[in-house]
Design a protein around this ligand. Structure first.
Ligand SMILES: Nc1ncnc2c1ncn2[C@@H]1O[C@H](COP(=O)(O)OP(=O)(O)O)[C@@H](O)[C@H]1O
Ligand SMILES: [Mg+2]
Length: 238
């Protein structure tokens, strides 16, 4: 874990005159999983959207040797940002197969779609059985796996996940996070995972960052955060 896959220095980001983030710096090293925690309204979604070019920001985002101020989501996707948005990033009226193909749209050059689809349906075998079904017919957990697979089709340098556990039963959350851990362990996929479910996120993350009212309030190794009294009270219900 040395060179960062992603480094964002956000001087300011928000909506119109509403500044949500101020002087936030966050990085994800190659092969690392970082959990981004914080209460409702802290600015977690805004942070991911700023990195993806979906929310206006002042500052820079570094991806490998590129250093840019994000302006368009297409460009950020091409530079290697894979975004699984809050509330599942799938097209409900397209089939699983069509969703996966759509995920490769941001990619440059000749596409070996078939091989990539095979690769991700091997990681997520339940998708393989449902290739011709509409995404909207899948269970919540399957839709979230499809959203992850779809983002991976873009061959991202870093995967941003916005509350993947939202609305899922505890056993399904466990299965999903096991999958994320497996992807990270076997393929070295770097991830920034926004979660209200701090227990689930800190189980697989290497580091954690706590956002409070648009600023970084706390950051450290995942096991340190798990033991931190403030984190335990605010986010782990202990
Ligand atoms: N599209 C928007 N327009 C205006 N304000 C927004 C918009 N989206 C979010 N906000 C505001 O930005 C703040 C941070 O929201 P958000 O980033 O969604 O927080 P979180 O994901 O941590 O719950 C909140 O005060 C929220 O009301
Ligand atoms: Mg959010």
């Amino acid at each position: 874990m040395s060179a960062p896959a992603l480094r964002a220095r956000i001087e300011a980001a928000g909506y119109g005159r509403l500044m949500v983030l101020r002087d936030v710096e966050i990085h994800v090293s190659e092969g690392e999983v970082v959990a981004l925690l914080g209460a409702n309204g802290a600015g977690k979604t805004t942070l991911l959207r700023a990195i993806s070019g979906l929310v206006r920001m002042r500052g820079t985002v570094d991806l490998g040797s590129a250093s840019v101020t994000p302006k368009s989501p297409e460009r950020m996707a091409r530079l290697g940002v894979g975004h699984v948005p809050q509330g599942r990033g799938t097209f409900p009226n397209l089939t699983v197969h069509e969703n996966l193909v759509a995920g490769a749209a941001a990619r440059r050059g000749r596409l070996d779609l078939k091989a990539d689809i095979e690769r991700w349906t091997t990681v997520f075998p339940r998708l393989a059985e449902r290739m011709q079904q509409n995404a909207g017919q899948l269970s919540g957990g399957e839709q979230q796996m499809l959203a992850v697979a779809r983002a991976l089709m873009g061959r991202p340098r870093v995967l941003l996940l916005d509350e993947p556990s939202l609305g899922l039963a505890p056993a399904v959350v466990h299965e999903l996070f096991d999958k994320l851990a497996e992807l990270n362990r076997d393929l070295g996929t770097a991830m920034l995972v926004v979660e209200q479910n701090a227990t689930a996120a800190l189980r697989v993350a290497h580091r954690g960052v706590v956002l409070e009212a648009g600023r970084v309030a706390l950051a450290g190794a995942a096991d340190e955060l798990r033991d931190d009294q403030r984190v335990r009270q605010a986010y782990l219900g202990l």
